[in-house]
Design a protein around this ligand. Structure first.
Ligand SMILES: [Zn+2]
Length: 187
């Protein structure tokens, strides 16, 4: 490579780095951005949408849950089942809005917390604060962190440490356990 050619390569790489920085700007880069997403989640809630608070527990019997949920929802929420990857229409959901618990309507995530993990399950790098409890499960021998809705106790998924920066978390959620409320009904 001549000197002039290497200079060209060097410049192209520099321009690419700058462009890539611009492309990545949509993703939060600092923990401060994450805090803002958490604090301002209501900005993505549809006008007039009625949602409960985490502090209003919903306790139902197994039979009542069976009536309220369909078989797939019951299996995930009440029996810690896992849906087949790639089956949820919410994998492709990209509109602004809020994801709530299908069991009790508690808001759990916003569209700004979602990312494409490539796993086939709706994935989020953070959550609305205070909406999940966690336990450690050993179903696959290695310990995993199970998480469930703090209001109704419904199982939603597992949280892993291979998410994008700055949180590094991947909240891997069963789509069947979620309901999406778009910010605008026109979208
Ligand atoms: Zn719930």
């Amino acid at each position: 490579m001549t000197r002039r050619e290497s200079l060209k390569v060097f410049l192209a790489a520099g321009i690419w780095t700058i462009l890539k920085g611009r492309l990545d700007a949509a993703q939060p880069s600092a923990m401060k951005d994450i805090e803002n997403l958490q604090k301002n989640w209501k900005a993505l809630l549809a006008d007039g949408a009625k949602v409960p608070l985490p502090s209003e527990p919903l306790k139902l019997s197994k039979e009542e849950w069976r009536k309220r949920l369909d078989a797939a929802q019951f299996n995930v929420l009440r029996e810690e089942g896992t849906e087949r990857p790639g089956t949820s229409p919410l994998n492709a959901e990209k509109r602004p809005g809020v994801f709530v618990c299908i069991g009790c309507n508690l808001p759990l995530f916003t569209s700004e917390m979602k990312y494409e993990s490539g796993t086939g399950w709706p994935s989020f790098f953070t959550t609305i604060p205070g909406v999940f409890g966690t336990t450690t499960d050993y179903k696959l021998i290695l310990p995993r962190t199970e998480y469930h809705c703090i209001r109704c106790g419904g199982h939603h998924g597992h949280v892993f440490d291979d998410g994008p920066p700055p949180t590094g978390k991947r909240w891997c959620n069963n789509g069947v356990a979620l309901k999406f409320i778009p910010k605008s009904s026109k979208a």
